[in-house]
Design a protein around this ligand. Structure first.
Ligand code: FEH
Ligand code: ZN
Ligand code: ZN
Length: 339
């Protein structure tokens, strides 16, 4: 991003690994909707110029001073968040809740992976062995973000409960697989696209509902009428229609996880005369990315063949086109740039 909203390919010097850092040759980097938010953000919110790309996997090229455990040729996925490392959240391993650094990360507050090379702290690397790097990269965000959200709802995701996943895109199709691999819940997939719903069925969703005026009734026919309903709803879109659907199908005592950042709002008005906007005892959370420990578990699911990203690859020079296709909603699964 060379100026606010401008994504262009320019030549920059190959970065060098400093103490504790590794120079990684980028094998693959996912194109995330959040990169569009970074591009569209008001000036001053993110450093400019900056190389975007926060969903990275690659091969170690050189290691900087004081780095142990990594050597040239190792293949790794990159945990993208860089918190302060010493606040009460970071010390507990929740760098996604860092109390000092609001949005610290590779491709966010420092140069990322939309390039042939990227320098990362060695502490952010997780070994992926011989895994295809176009599979490893999406795990670090498209896989980790829904995995973290599902972890937050683990208590509700009991055998025999239902989970509604709204939006079967880059993150949603991974969410379905993670639910299949780690729970015994009934999965209801919701999307506007029949192709996305077919993908959800192939990945193990038990029911599919096409988004539209009848979606709430169709979902209700599966999850039951109020005060029953879906025990967990993952809104992976976060637009007004999806948030409205989510709050109309969640059960009393359920859990709403707002993962998508499309700008919708969710009125939270407890029952007081007017009908409540969400049922009693229902919790609402806005998960953010995930923890490094959770990324290790996501990689284990992939290595075990239980998590596979449906990727569409683009060469580096076509990165702007990939992001425009993402903006137009033309990407099914995850767009991955291969420098
Ligand atoms: C990345 C950068 C900034 C905001 C949000 C994000 C998410 O895509 C991380 O999963
Ligand atoms: Zn992202
Ligand atoms: Zn911190």
């Amino acid at each position: 991003m060379t100026s606010p909203g401008v994504l262009e390919q320019v030549d920059v010097p190959t970065p060098e690994a400093g103490p504790g850092e590794v120079l990684l040759r980028v094998g693959a980097v996912g194109a995330c909707h959040s990169d569009l938010h970074v591009l569209d953000a008001p000036e001053g919110m993110f450093p400019i110029p900056i190389t975007l790309g926060h969903e990275i996997a690659g091969t170690v090229d050189t290691v900087g001073p004081a780095v142990d455990g990594w050597s040239p040729g190792n293949r790794a996925a990159v945990y993208g968040i860089i918190g302060c490392g010493h606040c009460r959240a970071c010390l507990r391993g929740h760098e996604n809740q860092c109390k000092l650094v609001p949005l610290g990360g590779i491709g966010i507050s420092r140069d990322g992976g939309l390039a042939e090379y990227v320098v990362v702290p060695a502490s952010r690397l997780l070994n992926v062995g011989d895994m295809d790097l176009t599979q490893a990269a999406p795990l670090t965000d498209a896989g980790l973000t829904p995995y973290h959200a599902i972890e937050l709802a683990r208590e509700k995701l009991r055998p025999g409960t239902t989970c509604v996943v709204i939006g079967i895109g880059g993150l949603g199709h991974m969410a379905v697989q993670i639910l299949v691999a780690t729970t015994a819940v009934r999965i209801v997939a919701v999307d506007t696209s029949v192709a996305a719903l077919d993908l959800a069925s192939r990945m193990g969703a038990h029911d599919v509902v096409q988004a539209g005026p009848e979606a709430v009734d169709k979902i209700r026919a599966i999850v039951g009428p109020p005060p029953d309903g879906a025990d967990v709803v993952l809104d992976v879109v976060g637009a007004q229609p999806t948030l409205d659907t989510a709050r109309q199908v969640v059960a009393t005592g359920g859990q709403l996880l707002l993962i998508g950042l499309a700008g919708g709002t969710l009125p939270v008005r407890p029952v007081a005369g007017e009908p409540p906007t969400i049922p009693l005892e229902t919790s609402v959370q806005v998960p953010f990315w995930g923890t490094q420990a959770e990324l290790q578990e996501v990689i284990a699911l992939a290595k075990g063949g239980q998590l596979h990203a449906d990727v569409q690859t683009f060469p580096l020079e076509q990165a702007p086109e990939a992001y425009e296709a993402l903006r137009r909603g033309e990407i099914h699964g995850r767009a991955v740039i291969v420098p």
